[in-house]
Write a new protein. Structure first.
Length: 339
């Protein structure tokens, strides 16, 4: 870090890995856990990633990140309750920052020029700039060590997504996608090869601490809740992604005025907003559809704690049938339209 540079500080120094040596050792450990991970990078241009503690979710992160080859990544992060608790209600906007760089385990991470272009071109009633919000939020920084392990020179555009109704998401994603499309065209960038889109999400947060125990608090409840997560993923996020499918995903994960029972996915808004945005980008830039593929689903109770030795990483929460979290990684692939 150069003297006087405004670098985003680390929020979670326990759950994630900020040492280069430890990150190298951690990836080596994961590669031995899952030694036969195939190269599935061809036509991959976007993905959904877990952001939970590495000692819980390392095996779920791992199958995705070696497939990301792009030079820069747009990251759609969550606006967790920890942010609104300190800053008050936030809705109907995205949140950008002014940090010159973000911390990474290998070196500080560069910010893509796209961030400042978004600030200059997006109407001011659609976003705020808040280093405070971005410094409290952990869902974007969680992805950086894995991204930087595979590309030391990765650049990022960090975007926090707040809660908002579908109509607002459609409007804002249209405006944002136009800016990204223009940026991509003017810099002659290829989707997947040069620019990538990551959506940060943890799936169902289940148990008493989350006020979410619709199935009960035993092994049967755990089975039913995880099966429901998998059902949503396979129905909504696997296979050809269409506008109607995105709307179906919204019905399955977004709360509404009828107080339907929906699983508590913390990245529910980034998922819908991110999918709307990338769908519009694909429609404009390439003569392609895109489809989703699940890499891995699991949860804290199933995975338990990875037996990694000589690490400074720890756990930010305990797990039991009364407190667990599901997560998954999935990828989105371009595929040529057929007549």
């Amino acid at each position: 870090m150069k003297s006087g540079e405004n670098v985003r500080p680390i929020r979670d120094s326990i759950g994630f890995c900020w040492s280069a040596t430890e990150m190298n050792n951690f990836i080596d450990f994961l590669s031995k856990q899952i030694p036969m991970v195939e190269d599935e990078s061809q036509n991959l241009f976007a993905a959904i990633s877990v952001h939970d503690d590495y000692l819980y979710a390392g095996n779920v992160y791992y199958p995705l990140y070696k497939n990301i080859k792009a030079k820069e990544v747009v990251i759609f992060g969550v606006t967790h309750g920890s942010v609104t608790k300190e800053m008050g209600p936030l809705s109907d906007i995205i949140i950008l920052d002014e940090y010159q760089k973000w911390r990474g385990p290998y070196k500080d991470v560069e910010i893509s020029p796209l961030r400042e272009i978004i600030k200059s071109k997006l109407s001011k009633n659609y976003f705020i700039v808040s280093d405070k919000a971005q410094s409290i939020e952990h869902s974007i920084e969680a992805l950086i060590p894995f991204l930087q392990y595979y590309n030391r020179d990765i650049k990022i555009t960090p975007i926090m997504v707040t809660r908002m109704p579908l109509e607002r998401m459609d409007d804002l994603s249209t405006r944002l996608s136009k800016i990204i499309i223009d940026y991509t065209k003017s810099n002659k960038l290829e989707l997947g090869k040069d620019i990538f889109f990551l959506i940060s999400n943890d799936a169902n947060h289940y148990g008493e601490d989350f006020n979410n125990a619709v199935y009960g608090l035993d092994s049967t409840a755990h089975f039913l809740a995880t099966e429901n997560d998998k059902k949503i993923i396979n129905n909504d996020l696997v296979g050809l992604i269409t506008e109607n499918k995105i709307l179906e995903t919204a019905k399955d994960i977004l709360p509404d005025s009828a107080n339907r029972n929906v699983p508590l996915w913390c990245g529910r808004y980034p998922i819908i907003f991110g999918l709307m945005t990338i769908s519009k980008i694909v429609d404009d830039l390439v003569d392609s559809h895109f489809y989703g593929k699940l890499f891995k689903y699991s949860d804290t109770f199933t995975e338990k704690v990875l037996p990694v030795k000589n690490t400074s990483m720890g756990l930010t929460a305990v797990f039991s049938y009364r407190h667990w979290c599901g997560w998954f990684t999935s990828g989105f692939y371009l595929t040529k339209k057929t007549n």
